[in-house]
Design a protein around this ligand. Structure first.
Ligand code: ATP
Ligand code: MG
Length: 699
């Protein structure tokens, strides 16, 4: 067990009971401690299924499962006792954990046990409807803004009534009213949103002691990775699960807290000792991940955050290559240059595509890189950006699956009732809806009757119902998900719909590819399920699949992960890079207004900048061998090129903080008044001469 662990790590791994906190910087082996500790507990005869580990992403959960199992089978040779267990520890994300709890108990909160998890699109249409009902025009409050405010409240565990009492501005009062409507229509549809998963679980644990005991009683050990990013609900859920046995191990790094905007409170990790006074605290100080020169940048940068617990982070490795800063004329050339650089390195022996990551701050940045990666035909995977599941065709097909799983899922039913067009026009749908509201019944029931009415629309409705029923039969026979999706595509003639919608063959090909990807996901899912143990009260395969899809929509997804592991360059946001490592990391768009994000520049509150700095720190500390930081001198905004200002973080990292202040002033000016921003000499000057150590494009 001791092998591959330093003495502090070893101490943590050998602490088999009681509360334990590992608070340490990036790359010091915190996740490694969690994994080894799981294996060690099992070696000490703790039944695997009595162990619960919670991680932030599905990818992390999958990796941890794999590594713990590998450690067990490797360790089996030495001490002889441990065999590879057939039962596995439960390693999941918070959200997946909550789904399980809620499937068992949500009836207590007045939801059906087969509740659906609504996706972003469903949320938007519910928000839009809620605003319409309270007669708020979209220019006062857009559905997306309403959702952001609701999510913010939910992350602070505020229900509509409480939200109404904390609302401070007119806009927030409107939002509170919208929240009330939104929430009741969710509930009326038997749906929960992503935030509800946590909130409802918390509510059950707090208000129903018997349920808390039952759920807590499933485990004797709880371990949490990335603890610095737990929000209030997650914190209380963890506490509720561990308060009985007190075997709680949390690991994290306050410098990597990057979800403050989602309600995460770094205080939870800093206060751990107060909640669990007998806790053992372990600090790790050696960074095993990054070459010394990279770590030096990281340390220099994070020291600029004022409110932080100073901690030591020293390289376990040699200095290695100095990070490179690249300055490019515009964002297109930035992408060309960087992708070209990667292509060149890929020609070297032993270098693989999945050694590379391109990290972005915003969801818009990847586009230029995607274009270039495609042009050069390099394999890549986009993680954490605009989701695959937000594509129209994928959402259409999923809506079919959801309707098959539960025809009273109105949002889905309405999405597909005339998609592809089958002669059930808008007027008919309106009539049907009015009738359903009138009778207080699901629209599905009204449909069934309408089918008998005679006329063209009725015939179309009848055909639609038959299609759904036939698909339902296929599902009930236990057909694999890919076969079911195939059947949907076939019966509703979805390919013909694609031909109709997308005359351009390139576009059509891309759309067809997403369908293929969905079918692949279905096929992979079935395989995964078969190898797992059957649960007693397991809901249907289809329900499981839809749950996983809903969870994966915001996390990352298995099938994408597979690709990532296979062999592709990772193109991802900084947020989704947390916990990962890559030999070669490119942090692109290092400009004021991107990183730090423009939203935070306009705020007087320095703590927002601190969070951006932590985000930058997370990015820098992903790199093992080589870090490249790039910025473009101009970047298009609304189609027009605008001069940019290099990120203050570049200056800070390279020990030129005095120039950072200049960058800051220029940056605020350029973003506060984007339309009139004059050509800024400062930007150019800083970037070429006085700026941080830069390297112009070679070649
Ligand atoms: P982050 O803060 O980014 O989540 P972390 O603290 O969880 O990082 P790990 O991902 O567990 O760090 O470890 C970072 C790297 O260092 C991994 O490649 C890991 O295998 C390696 N590592 C950790 N501890 C040791 C050790 N004692 N000896 C050799 N390598 C180690
Ligand atoms: Mg980690």
């Amino acid at each position: 067990m001791a092998h591959g662990l330093n003495p502090s790590q070893h101490a943590a791994v050998e602490t088999l009971s009681g509360p334990l906190l590992v608070l340490a910087g990036a790359g010091t082996g915190k996740t490694r401690v969690v994994t080894h500790r799981i294996a060690n507990l099992i070696k000490h005869r703790i039944k695997p299924d009595r162990i619960l580990a919670v991680t932030f992403t599905r990818k992390a959960a999958g990796e941890m499962q794999e590594r713990a199992m590998a450690l067990l089978s490797a360790g089996g040779k030495g001490k002889g006792k441990a065999k590879k267990p057939t039962v596995r520890p439960q390693i999941s994300t918070f959200h997946a954990l909550c789904v399980q709890v809620l499937r068992r108990h949500i009836a207590k909160l007045g939801y059906p046990p087969q509740f659906a998890i609504c996706d972003r699109g469903d949320q938007e249409s519910l928000a839009r409807a809620a605003l319409r009902e309270i007669r708020v025009p979209e220019d006062s409050l857009r559905p997306g803004d309403l959702l952001a405010i609701i999510s913010n409240w939910k992350n602070r565990s505020l229900r509509p009534a409480q939200a109404a009492s904390v609302a401070a501005s007119d806009r927030e009062h409107l939002a509170a009213a919208g929240y009330r409507r939104y929430q009741s229509s969710l509930k009326a549809r038997g749906m929960v949103d992503f935030d509800d998963l946590l909130l409802c679980t918390e509510e059950l644990f707090v208000n129903q002691p018997a349920i808390r005991r039952e759920e807590a009683g499933r485990f004797d050990h709880v371990l949490v990775d990335e603890y610095q990013d737990t929000n209030g609900s997650q914190y209380r859920i963890v506490k509720a699960l561990a308060m009985g046995h007190r075997n709680l191990c949390v690991v994290g790094d306050d410098d990597q807290s990057i979800y403050g905007w989602r309600g995460a409170e770094v205080e939870h990790i800093l206060r751990f000792k107060e909640d669990w006074p007998e806790a053992k605290v372990v600090r790790l100080e050696e960074n095993y991940r990054s070459a010394g020169a990279i770590l030096h940048y990281a340390n220099t940068l994070i020291a600029f955050n004022k409110h932080r617990h100073d901690k030591i982070l020293r390289p376990a490795r040699g200095a290695g290559q100095r990070p490179v800063i690249m300055q490019l004329p515009d964002e297109t050339q930035e992408a060309e240059r960087i992708v070209g650089d990667i292509q060149m390195q890929l020609t070297q022996p032993g270098v693989k595509a999945n050694d590379f990551a391109i990290l972005c701050r915003t969801n818009e940045q990847p586009r230029a890189f995607e274009t270039e990666l495609r042009r050069l035909r390099l394999p890549y995977i986009l993680v954490g950006g605009q989701s695959f599941f937000d594509r129209k065709e994928v959402r259409d097909l999923l809506a079919y699956l959801k309707t098959v799983a539960d025809p009273t899922d109105e949002t889905s039913l309405l999405r597909i009732i005339n998609t592809p067009p089958r002669g059930i026009g808008n007027a008919t749908v309106k009539q049907l809806l009015a009738e359903a509201v009138n009778r207080g019944e699901p629209i599905w029931n009204v449909l069934r009757e309408a089918a008998g009415n005679g006329g063209a629309a009725a015939a179309a409705i009848g055909k639609f119902i038959t299609t759904i029923r036939e698909l339902r039969e296929i599902a009930d026979r236990g057909a694999p998900i890919d076969k079911l999706i195939d059947a949907v595509v076939d019966r509703v003639q979805y390919r013909r719909e694609l031909e109709r919608l997308y005359p351009d063959p390139m576009e059509r090909e891309a759309r067809t590819a997403s369908i293929e990807e969905l079918i692949n996901a279905g096929a992979a899912y079935d395989k995964g399920k078969k190898s797992k143990k059957k649960d007693e009260e397991e809901p249907t395969l289809l329900r499981n699949f839809l749950d996983d899809v809903a969870l994966g929509g915001t996390d990352q997804r298995d099938e994408k992960e597979d690709q990532l592991q296979r062999n592709a360059i990772a193109l991802m946001t900084l947020h989704s890079a947390k916990g990962l490592e890559f030999p070669y990391v490119y942090m692109v768009g290092m400009e004021e207004g991107i990183l730090p994000h423009k939203r935070t520049l306009e705020m007087p509150d320095e703590s927002q900048i601190d969070e951006e700095r932590r985000l930058c720190y997370v990015g820098v500390t992903r790199a093992q061998e080589k870090l490249t930081l790039s910025f473009a001198l101009t970047r298009r905004k609304w189609g027009k090129p605008r001069e940019t200002v290099p990120s203050r973080f570049l200056y800070e990292m390279t020990g030129q903080a005095e120039n950072a202040a200049k960058a800051r002033r220029a940056g605020v000016a350029s973003h506060a008044a984007p339309r009139k921003h004059p050509a800024s000499k400062g930007a150019k000057g800083a970037a070429s001469g006085k700026g941080p150590h830069t390297k112009s494009p070679r070649r």
